[in-house]
Design a binder for this molecule. Structure first.
Ligand code: MG
Ligand code: MG
Length: 275
């Protein structure tokens, strides 16, 4: 079966439910961002997000994902060299100068929102600042290609080009993905690719695009807990993600706050062609 036939097209009503899920998810991420202070543990960051999910009586699809152990938390909290899948821990304490990636999911009325950001703890190095800015901007570069008639390769290539132009690397191992009734749906949308390749994007498709960017190498390694994924050279890493609907009016980001702003951002959305 071709990729295209496996990709679910969401109705307007489904997109409104996904937007509701996205607002809750953004509020959870905003709470997590406020918890990223020196002396806090990564478990504290997870609890801040989870308290928002509990307030809305919703859950995260991350909890219980099968792996070396079932994933034990509502968020992934990944510090410095950890690119993704960090297990929140009371033993991992944040300090000034760290960068923290928080990835959160929400299931609301049967629909999933999936989004992530990376933030600095207090003052961070110039290199870390550049990494955050480039990674976030690469997400919007990709999103701006999410219009009907384009191909998924146009999105992937835009992310890759922006990251590599700025001297950083994208992972080959982990990809963005369709999102909807399930957290992982077709198609896969890598952070590298060729313009004009891949599936044709259609109105009603919903995709979680998630640039995962490394300072020194594209290579990764799994750490001893079996979940966390580190840069192979221990260099800094960052991760930004939005769930996005492809519409006739242009890409619609589902995981912004109710007021249309990202939960954490240094980027002006109006610089990009996004509805
Ligand atoms: Mg995610
Ligand atoms: Mg994702």
């Amino acid at each position: 079966m071709s990729w295209e036939r496996q990709i679910s097209i969401k109705s307007k009503a489904e997109l409104e439910l996904m937007r509701e899920a996205g607002i809750i998810n953004a509020e959870a991420l905003a709470a997590a961002a406020k918890a990223c202070v020196p002396g806090a543990s990564t478990a504290d960051v997870d609890h801040a997000a989870e308290s928002v999910l509990k307030h809305y009586k919703v859950t995260s699809p991350f909890k219980g994902v099968p792996g070396p152990i079932p994933f034990p938390a509502s968020t992934c909290v990944s510090v410095n060299n950890i690119l993704v899948h960090g297990i929140p821990s009371s033993k991992v304490i944040l300090k000034e100068g760290d960068i923290v990636s928080v990835d959160c999911g929400t299931i609301y009325k049967g629909y999933v929102a999936d989004s992530a950001f990376t933030i600095g703890v207090g003052e961070i190095s110039a290199e870390a600042r550049k990494l955050l800015e480039v990674t976030e901007a690469s997400l919007y570069e990709g999103i701006s290609k999410m219009i009907p008639g384009n191909r998924s390769g146009d999105v992937s290539a835009a992310v890759q080009a922006y990251v590599e132009k700025n001297g950083f690397y994208v992972t080959r191992q982990y990809t963005g993905h369709g999102v909807g009734r399930r957290m992982w749906e077709a198609p896969q949308v890598p952070n590298y690719g060729e313009p004009g390749q891949g599936v044709v994007l259609k109105s009603g498709m919903t995709i979680a695009l998630e640039p995962m960017v490394l300072v020194g190498t594209e290579a990764t390694k799994t750490i001893s807990d079996g979940w966390g994924v580190s840069s192979a050279d221990m260099s800094l890493t960052a991760h930004f993600e939005h769930s996005v609907a492809i519409t006739e009016d242009g890409p619609r980001i589902l995981t912004l706050l109710k007021d249309g702003t990202p939960p954490v951002s240094g980027i002006r959305l109006t610089d990009y062609r996004i509805v």
